[in-house]
Design a protein around this ligand. Structure first.
Ligand SMILES: Cc1cc2nc3c(=O)[nH]c(=O)nc-3n(C[C@H](O)[C@H](O)[C@H](O)COP(=O)(O)OP(=O)(O)OC[C@H]3O[C@@H](n4cnc5c(N)ncnc54)[C@H](O)[C@@H]3O)c2cc1C
Length: 288
């Protein structure tokens, strides 16, 4: 099916994109890689009258290191994140998650900001943003504001971004000594979206887990922290027994979806297996 007719605008700057959003209001949608929005438009689930293209805005894509953090522009394609030597060395979890998204076409066009703003319940990067304590920078009619990943994902494809706001960059704090993370997923065989994905960031001191941030995707209506797993890890020896016991709690306290493709019990079982793998790999990286 063809999308409904729309007018195309190429924003020349972040400020221009925000001005266009203000001008066209509810009738406007930002477009970056188009790999989530265009399928919705073709099905006519979305019918924006004005499309504001942000992909070529100078300065909206790229990766830099500054003030103890990695800054990734919102329009940076997944392929660039996945292959960046800086990301691979500093935040391997982010690189490996970006590298597992879809196929090369999706990774070449789809963007970090588009994925986070779209907040698909089976997307990989929202879980990674939660585990890595990412901060999301948005520009809107009232200026710049910074949103913590923990407060960003509200519900199914719903975020804390306001109507007139553009995500400009995402800040990932560099991990402290003894910390590392890993992302594991069980991909859907057709789309590669996460049936279950687990992002785990661990800090180890003398063989014990002192800090843990674990987030899951694919299970419910949004990516969420697996608080019970985190609690089960902190203060314990970083060994297989601890990871096995913690992974058993992967879905504790979380609301799961159940659909024709996959009953809830299957998702729960899968989450335990995927969580155990993510924890073991994160710990092995953190141990150096
Ligand atoms: C076949 C296929 C397989 C896929 N497999 C996976 C997968 O395995 N894992 C996965 O995580 N994803 C997967 N995706 C989704 C892919 O990662 C998308 O690229 C991503 O979800 C959206 O990024 P985009 O740049 O294409 O956004 P777009 O489609 O351009 O936009 C998506 C939404 O975000 C908004 N938006 C875009 N940029 C901004 C911004 N800077 N600020 C505010 N709002 C913005 C748009 O208005 C729109 O509402 C797949 C997609 C396809 C088509």
């Amino acid at each position: 099916m063809y999308p409904a007719p729309f007018e195309y605008h190429r924003a020349s700057s972040a400020e221009d994109a925000v001005a266009l959003l203000g001008k066209y209001g509810d009738e406007a949608k930002l477009i970056a890689g188009g790999h989530s929005l265009l399928p919705l438009m073709k099905l006519r689930f979305a019918q924006p009258r004005h499309l504001i293209d942000v992909r070529r805005i100078p300065g909206l894509s790229g990766i830099r290191e500054e003030k103890g953090s990695l800054w990734v522009g919102a329009a940076t394609p997944h392929a660039v994140v996945a292959t960046s030597a800086l990301v691979q060395a500093t935040l391997p979890m982010l690189a490996e998650a970006a590298g597992q998204i879809g196929d090369p076409q999706v990774r070449n066009l789809g963007t970090l900001g588009g994925s986070l703003a779209h907040a698909d319940p089976s997307a990989d990067l929202p879980a990674v943003a939660l585990a890595l304590s990412a901060e999301l920078v948005a520009l809107g009619p009232r200026g710049v504001r910074t949103l913590q990943a923990d407060a960003f994902f509200l519900d199914l494809m719903t975020t804390a971004l306001g109507q007139g706001e553009l995500l400009t960059e995402v800040r990932f704090p560099k991990p402290e000594a003894g910390s590392a993370g890993a992302y594991e997923k069980y991909p859907h065989p057709a789309s590669r979206y996460a049936v279950v994905g687990v992002a785990a960031q661990l800090t180890l001191v003398q063989g014990k887990v002192t800090k843990a941030r674990v987030a899951v995707t694919g299970l419910g209506t949004k990516a969420q922290r697996a608080a019970a797993v985190e609690t089960a890890l902190v203060g314990k020896a970083a060994d297989e027994a601890t990871f096995g016991a913690a992974a058993q709690r992967a879905t504790e306290g979380l609301k799961l979806r159940s659909d024709a493709q996959m009953p809830e019990a299957y998702r729960r079982a899968l989450a335990v297996t995927v969580a155990k793998r993510a924890l073991a790999r994160a710990a092995s990286r953190a141990a150096g």
